[in-house]
Design a protein around this ligand. Structure first.
Ligand code: E4P
Length: 231
């Protein structure tokens, strides 16, 4: 399962990439707005840092198909890396039309704002490379986000669509784990939730105990690097 960062803050992205195996970065207009700077400056900075092989997802703002297509082409022209720059398009009727047009032109498309499996079915038929269900937002509407993603996956597999799921909108580790178990192809997760994937008080205390026991044996500050008998 691919793991992407759902954020546009370059310092947080750098921090997460230093420690975690990351496949790319996703943004949306609200995430970019939080940075308070020109969106292209922010996106170009992210691309430069993650390199040409990582995925970068950025969303169109327009609400008509023709304008979405123009915007998508322009974004890729500015950001480059056509094979790794995904144009995020809301899965509304105008969006489906834009997805068909852009995918025919060889652009990578992420169908976003997916709340039910039939939106995903339509996005897949419209040529989207990824379909992004909003797990936590679906949960907050009284439905089950994980189940929606699983149903989407069943539709894609049974109909042979190449579209992959890029699950988005997470608030906790369990949501990520359940999708991992279900064989979902990609998730995009905010930095605090990524850090939560590995946090556990038992892991920390085991680590402290190991260091303590080893230092009792070999001396303070000693590791396997400097504990040979002749040192
Ligand atoms: C990604 O495509 C979505 O824009 C994002 O994950 C939404 O997350 P939120 O529900 O935490 O805002």
């Amino acid at each position: 399962m691919k793991l992407l960062i759902d954020d546009a803050n370059i310092e947080r992205i750098k921090h997460i990439c230093e420690f975690y195996p990351i496949d790319g970065v996703t943004t949306n207009p609200s995430i970019l707005a939080k940075e308070g700077r020109n969106p292209y400056l922010v996106l170009k900075e992210i691309r430069e840092f993650i390199g040409p092989d990582a995925e970068l997802h950025a969303q169109v703002i327009s609400l008509t198909a023709e304008e979405m297509v123009k915007e998508g082409r322009h974004m890729v022209e500015i950001l480059g890396e056509k094979a790794k720059t995904f144009i995020k398009i809301p899965t509304i009727p105008e969006g489906l039309k834009a997805m068909r047009m852009l995918s025919r032109e060889g652009y990578k498309v992420t169908a976003t704002a997916i709340y039910n499996p039939l939106q995903a079915y339509l996005a897949a038929k419209s040529g989207a490379d990824y379909a992004a269900p909003y797990i936590n937002r679906i949960d907050n509407l009284g439905s089950n986000g994980i189940q929606v993603a699983r149903t989407m996956q069943d539709i894609f597999v049974s109909s042979g669509y190449k579209t992959r799921i890029l699950a988005a909108s997470f608030k906790n580790s369990l949501q990520v784990q359940e999708l991992c178990e279900s064989g979902i192809r990609a998730v995009t997760v905010a930095p605090d939730v990524i850090e939560g994937l590995i946090k556990h008080p038992c892991v920390d205390s085991a680590d402290v105990t190991f260091v303590h026991d080893f230092e009792n044996l070999c001396g303070e500050g000693k590791t396997m690097l400097n504990c040979e008998p002749n040192k």
